[in-house]
Design a protein. Structure first.
Length: 192
């Protein structure tokens, strides 16, 4: 039974599972935003152009039946308004997802370009500003390369210092070890 729960814990704590869960939650919230955009902003404009209460009301009656009062009532309708609304929903959702993915891809591309420039010794705009502040001649490639290496070392040292200053996350084994030590100390002090 313990192995089962340990396997379940390992499954749950995998990074890609957590990423997927976050994606589902954000996707759900994003879906609500897009649904509101479609239902509350775009559809009223489209139905206003068609002159109907809502787009879903647009239909063609294919067959009538007679009710108890002798009135003809539609029994079979072709609801093309629902179909049009579904198409518009799909196009808007697809367009919004396209915009988000395009933004993500652009940011990744910019990050990769910055990495490539750093490897080639080309400074980014931010790095150029720092180099100018430090009085480095940007036309001197050797000086720029040396200054970029120095900036990279400083950045690595800063990250290492931040990492060293972070409080250590205790694992379950560390907590159990501390509890054992405290219990031993209590037992030893009670014996004296």
């Amino acid at each position: 039974m313990r192995k089962f729960f340990r396997d379940f814990k390992d499954f749950i704590s995998r990074g890609n599972i957590l990423d997927m869960a976050v994606g589902v939650i954000i996707g759900n919230a994003f879906g609500k935003i897009v649904t509101s955009l479609v239902n509350d902003i775009i559809m009223p404009l489209i139905t206003w152009m068609f002159g109907a209460k809502s787009l879903a009301d647009l239909s063609v009656v294919l067959r009538y039946t007679t009710n108890e009062l002798g009135q003809k009532v539609p029994s079979l309708t072709w609801n093309y308004g629902n179909f049009i609304q579904s198409i518009i929903d799909f196009l808007i959702v697809a367009f919004c997802i396209f915009l988000v993915l395009r933004l993500v891809m652009k940011s990744k591309q910019l990050a990769e370009t910055a990495k490539e420039n750093a490897k080639k010794g080309k400074p980014t705009k931010e790095q150029k500003a720092i180099l100018v502040e430090r009085g480095v001649n940007l036309k001197d490639k050797a000086a720029v390369k040396a200054a970029l290496e120095q900036l990279q070392k400083e950045e690595e040292e800063r990250k290492a210092a931040e990492e060293a200053n972070k409080p250590k996350e205790e694992t379950e084994a560390d907590v159990l070890k501390e509890i054992r030590e405290l219990l031993r100390e209590q037992v030893n002090s009670s014996k004296k």
